[in-house]
Design a protein around this ligand. Structure first.
Ligand code: SIN
Ligand code: MN
Length: 204
């Protein structure tokens, strides 16, 4: 495989099977309080194929009228987001190399046909903090390239328990999910993939 862009770190098998199962239980609790909903693209209102929710003091949301943003409440229920589970805070502390806690954890759920187009995470004010991403459940084909639009990308398979860090020169790396490999993991009761992305949003 070609090498990853500068600042992009892939930590395969970072979480043990037991840690993955515990994290899934934590996420079920989050989803009970903050149900998955269907996000829509800015302006066009086109629905995304990924279902989303968040935990943390802020959550990333998007809809037709108001576009990409962070807000402290769930867009459907209006309730504050539930807290980020302690196990995720611990992962951040281990890998982020950043002295303040994350404020947002985006929870993405991919069914077998879901995907996510190539994009940058750039709705945060503090770009000195990395984005830390955790994969659970089915494998996916992940694509990542440097921060320059149309630059060459590399593809890698992300598996359950992998952690990916976009930091430093890789903080604004383009990334996306080209496909899910259905039924490649037995972690989730039904198939699918969960991705958790931890972000610092505001300046400390
Ligand atoms: C994202 O960029 O929000 C998700 C990335 C992933 O699903 O691995
Ligand atoms: Mn992203």
């Amino acid at each position: 495989m070609a090498s990853l862009p500068d600042g992009v770190r892939h930590l395969p098998g970072f979480l043990s099977p037991q840690a993955q199962a515990a994290l899934v239980a934590d996420i079920r609790t989050v989803v009970e309080a903050a149900p998955l909903y269907v996000p829509a693209m800015p302006k066009t209102g086109k629905e995304m194929s990924v279902r989303m929710t968040n935990c943390g003091t802020l959550g990333w949301v998007t809809d037709k009228e108001r576009g990409y943003r962070y807000q402290p409440t769930h867009p459907v229920t209006g309730a504050p987001w539930p807290p980020i589970p302690a196990a995720l805070m611990a992962i951040w502390q281990e890998v982020a190399d950043y002295p303040h806690p994350p404020e947002a954890c985006l929870v993405n759920f991919y069914s077998a046909s879901a995907r996510m187009g190539l994009h940058q995470d750039r709705d945060e004010t503090d770009l000195s903090a990395p984005v830390v991403s955790v994969s659970l459940g089915d494998d996916c084909l992940f694509r990542v390239g440097p921060p320059q639009r149309n630059a060459k990308t590399v593809s890698l398979r992300l598996q359950s328990g992998d952690v990916l860090v976009l930091g430093g020169d890789g903080r604004l790396a383009y990334h996306g999910v080209d496909r899910i490999y259905p039924d490649t993991s037995t972690l989730l009761r039904n198939s699918g993939r969960i991705n958790l992305t931890l972000r610092r949003v505001t300046m400390p």
